[in-house]
Design a protein around this ligand. Structure first.
Ligand code: ADP
Ligand code: ADP
Length: 237
């Protein structure tokens, strides 16, 4: 469902951030992307939805080359790609529900003009997702009142409301304490399986990757240095 072919990214300065990455992911796959800081994990994940513009290569999602789309086409294609960030990227002064719904819109100001007659269908779906992620009692709470784990749960609900085929998670647990990090990984892995979507989780804690994902891809200096079933990894390494 996702095939990355010879992906190269060169920023204005520095060496190649991605140096010819090839990666294939089937529907329902969850992969953990690991590697040292600066390896290119974040760049790779962000190239897939073009938050970072690739220098060359192809990103085929369900047969469409994401890297060749114009702005309008890209906006459509991005509905199919959910993104979850390390620092949650919530709008602090909006409620949990508003944050979840705003994921469907191009901008918060657009959302504010629409909020009074937002389609009921999305509100019902958002409520059921908020229940599922354990925030049923926090629908009207402002984002700035939430703990880190709760914030990430909002981020997850917001991403899933789009019904994406692919979920990109850029260090989703890096700002959380170890226990909360494990709870969030468990939730993500369960939801991805429940909804049969694919996920790429950029994560630097190897232990978490091994605990929760079956396939681990290692990146170093912009190149894939291994791609293994987690069980086959040498855990002492
Ligand atoms: P991480 O290691 O979690 O990816 P970084 O601290 O490397 O985070 O990067 C934080 C932000 O700074 C990102 O938005 C990244 O794109 C940007 N950044 C990283 N390295 C450079 C650089 N050499 N020049 C300019 N911006 C950079
Ligand atoms: P990781 O996520 O594995 O820490 P990154 O993708 O953040 O790696 O960074 C890969 C390389 O690209 C690093 O050398 C980093 O400094 C560089 N880089 C990242 N973002 C930028 C940016 N916005 N401008 C310039 N260089 C960047």
């Amino acid at each position: 469902m996702l095939e990355i072919i010879d992906l190269v990214k060169k920023y204005d300065s520095g060496p190649l951030a991605l140096d010819g990455v090839n990666l294939k992911i089937e529907a329902g796959d969850i992969i953990a992307l690991i590697g040292p800081s600066g390896a290119g994990k974040s760049t790779l994940v962000r190239c897939i939805n073009r938050l970072v513009e690739p220098t060359s290569g192809k990103i085929m999602l369900n047969g469409v080359d994401i890297s060749s789309l114009n702005k309008k086409e890209l906006r459509e294609a991005r509905k199919n790609i959910g993104m979850i960030f390390q620092e949650y990227a919530l709008v602090e002064r909006l409620s949990v529900m508003e944050n979840v719904l705003s994921g469907r819109l191009a901008s918060v100001s657009f959302w504010q003009s629409l909020r009074r007659n937002f389609p009921q269908k999305y509100i019902s779906e958002a409520l059921s997702l908020l229940d599922r992620v354990g925030l049923g009692d926090y629908v009207d709470t402002r984002a700035d009142q939430l703990s880190g784990g709760q914030r990430q749960r909002v981020g997850i609900a917001r991403a899933l409301l789009q019904k994406p085929d692919l979920l990109l998670l850029d260090e989703p647990t890096a700002s959380l304490d170890p226990k909360t990090a494990r709870q969030i990984m468990r939730l993500v892995v369960d939801l991805v399986q429940e909804k049969n979507i694919s996920a790429i989780i950029n994560i630097h804690e190897v232990k978490l990757a091994e605990l929760f994902t079956k396939r681990i891809v290692g990146l170093r200096e912009g190149r894939i240095v291994y791609d293994e079933e987690a069980a086959k990894l040498d855990t002492d390494a």
